[in-house]
Design a protein around this ligand. Structure first.
Ligand SMILES: [Zn+2]
Length: 533
């Protein structure tokens, strides 16, 4: 309250508050980008937070400068991070500018309302964030340092095209490659995009690939057809996608405008305009989506069903043991979910499934009468393979061993459960050894941490059912709140906020369903922060 004292409080007026927050928090104001008139006749916008300004702002922090000036030294024959992979080692830009900024972008679409409700897709947003590979990996996993770059309605982004939506970002990235920026202490640095992380659907959208995984060419890494993949999921590297065959497909589409796609490509990606980035070598997989929430969930469920069918144990016994198992530390926070007796998945979230697989032997292993049982051996193989794929550090020999295990896994899966067709993700798994050599340990690029940023925004967006409130947000989230506010304008009776304010105050008299009641405690925390800042 002292801060708001009208006589001498440091937050006593709009002007003083604005000045204080700009000085103390290095606020970067978002830029509204006009996209055009959408199909409903309304003006459509997205919001871009200038990436060069954000980088300058980041370098005001001494920790950032310290990490930038003291990078972790690479070790021969050990992969610890993306900078150890061939994507960085073979990049001519990085060879010439060893101290450049290595930008990792992330894009994903997310719902801010009930995904099963009537407003599904209506308010779905496309969020783009970035972090720097120059940060130490353990710091990169912090949600706070993930920076918002762009936010827009997904439907508008698709309707108006990548050129309009990403135009400002691409322009700034080109300038960063060519001219660089001046950061703290007048250090001049250049920068480039080393990869764009995301789930499969998002990566295919960004890369201009077909977004159906039932298509003839459904892999963004190789040119294997669906029939070839079904017959032999572990394909060789001879069909790998590269700049040449990608450009040839784009040229074919240009000369045949009636064709919707060619060899799995629908259009040229706007990110290929960058000199030192190409989507054929810059879209890493997400271990959490492909393996932990995908294959592991389906294939472990097959194994459990087999064990139950063989009367080794029942679902009730397994679930009872999961419930009573003394998980400790982070494992306790990610305790496995109950395995449902019906359904084709074990049902947990990514890390819950991972925990279940790691402890599966301790939880229920004593019920397996014969340790040579082929399905039990398959579970142990899955454990070994997952441990290698999710390892934070790998030698080249271990990557070679990972390749052997994945090949064995896919063969065993086909032999043991041949009646259940393989999924596209089984094929994506076959690329993991070569992708690990390109990007370093894939766990460093999984999308879980970026998606945590979504969840924070979702919480901010979901407001309680009070008649009138004043919501104050942290400066980092101003751009988001601004955008959300514009999105919901049509759904609220009155909306007023001061966009000039870093601690923007939004007064909302609500009437719409988009603002539900789940986040009362969160709002209280925000208000608490405001009062005692
Ligand atoms: Zn492939």
């Amino acid at each position: 309250m002292i801060a708001h004292n009208p006589n001498n409080g440091i937050l006593r007026s709009d002007y003083v508050r604005q000045k204080y927050y700009r000085e103390k928090f290095n606020v970067v104001a978002p830029v509204q980008v006009y996209l055009g008139i959408n199909k409903y006749g309304d003006k459509a916008f997205c919001h871009y937070i200038p990436i060069k300004e954000t980088l300058r702002s980041l370098f005001q922090n001494e920790c950032v400068v310290q990490q930038y000036q003291n990078p972790i030294k690479c070790e021969d024959s050990v992969l610890k991070d993306i900078v150890d992979g061939s994507v960085c080692h073979t990049n001519n830009f990085i060879k010439d500018n060893s101290n450049c900024l290595k930008i990792i972008l992330f894009q994903d679409a997310f719902e801010i309302v009930n995904p099963l409700g009537s407003a599904k897709k209506k308010h779905k947003l496309l969020g783009v964030y970035f972090t720097l590979a120059n940060f130490y990996p353990h710091n990169r996993s912090s949600v706070a340092q993930t920076q918002l770059v762009l936010l827009g309605k997904e439907a508008d982004c698709r309707h108006f095209g990548d050129d309009k939506v990403f135009g400002r970002l691409i322009s700034d990235l080109k300038d960063l490659e060519a001219n660089g920026i001046q950061v703290a202490n007048d250090i001049g640095v250049k920068g480039l995009v080393v990869c764009i992380a995301g789930d499969n659907l998002g990566s295919h959208y960004i890369g201009g690939f077909v977004e159906s995984f039932c298509a003839e060419y459904m892999c963004r890494y190789c040119l294997a057809t669906r029939c070839e993949v079904s017959a032999k999921p572990f394909t060789g590297q001879s069909l790998e996608r590269n700049r040449e065959n990608y450009s040839a497909a784009v040229e074919f589409l240009d000369s045949n405008p009636t064709e919707n796609s060619h060899e799995g490509i629908k259009r040229d990606s706007v990110f290929n305009e960058l000199t030192y980035f190409h989507v054929t070598s810059g879209l890493p997989p997400c271990v959490a989506h492909d393996l932990l929430e995908g294959l592991l969930s389906y294939d472990l469920a097959l194994c459990v069903r087999y064990f139950v069918r063989m009367l080794f144990f029942s679902h009730d016994i397994l679930n009872g043991r999961i419930k009573l198992f003394p998980f400790c530390g982070s494992d306790a926070a990610n305790k496995p979910a109950e395995v449902p007796p019906n359904g084709d998945r074990i049902g947990g979230q990514a890390v819950q499934n991972w925990t279940l697989l790691r402890y599966f032997g301790l939880i229920i292993g004593d019920k397996i009468p014969n340790s040579d049982d082929a399905v039990w051996q398959f579970v142990l193989l899955m454990q070994q393979m997952t441990a290698l794929i999710c390892a934070p550090s790998l030698s080249y020999a271990q990557v070679a061993y990972m390749r052997v295990l994945i090949e064995e896994y896919l063969e065993s899966r086909t032999t043991l459960f041949g009646e259940v067709p393989l999924r596209p993700k089984h094929h994506f798994l076959s690329h993991y050894p070569s992708l690990t050599l390109k990007f370093g340990p894939l766990i460093r690029l999984w999308t879980m941490r970026f998606e945590s940023k979504h969840s924070y925004f979702k919480h901010v967006c979901v407001l309680p059912k009070t008649t009138k409130m004043s919501l104050v947000c942290w400066p980092n989230d101003i751009s988001f709140i601004k955008h959300i506010s514009l999105l919901v304008t049509s759904s609220v009776r009155k909306l007023s906020f001061d966009l000039q304010h870093p601690f923007m105050q939004i007064c909302i008299v609500r009437k719409c369903r988009i603002l539900s009641r789940t986040s009362v405690s969160h709002l209280k925390i925000l208000l608490y922060v405001t009062v005692f800042v």
